[in-house]
Design a protein around this ligand. Sequence first.
Ligand code: CA2
Length: 151
Amino acid sequence: MTPPLIAVLNGPNLNLLGTRQPEIYGAETLDDVEALCAESAEGLGLAIDFRQTNGEGELVTWVQECRGRASGIIINPAGYSHTSIALMDALKAVDLPVIEVHISNIHRREEFRHLSYVSKVATGVIAGLGITGYALALQAMAELLAEEGEP
Ligand code: CA2
């Protein structure tokens, strides 16, 4: 039996993780995040498609492509969290469980980070727990899918 596929999507500048601002985002790189997700997913019986883009349109397209292909979406929309109605609309339209992850606690930071359009359509939100948030999101996704009756 093929494991349910979870899209793990990362937005702009997350490719820079581990290179700057370690006091906010930690020392781990995006490759470390991918390795953590792969290990967590394997233990949970999930498959992942892990991606990063700097483009808003590409992120929207990837969300649209999840329809009929993925069982859920874990997304760190990065800066687009706070600006993108297009991404919010795509996540609402795809009609899959969505877990939003932020490495930092956006509510303790600048006022402009307090609003996330993605949060308005997400099933759940994890913020401020570093890259562990991705592993927690996969665990929560596995539980959501089990409740839905996914194999
Ligand atoms: O805390 C998060 O995960 C964020 O989504 C990260 C975004 C930020 O715009 C959100 O408000 C919160 C920024 C991602 C860029 O990360 C960098 C990492 C190292 C150096 C420069 C940027």
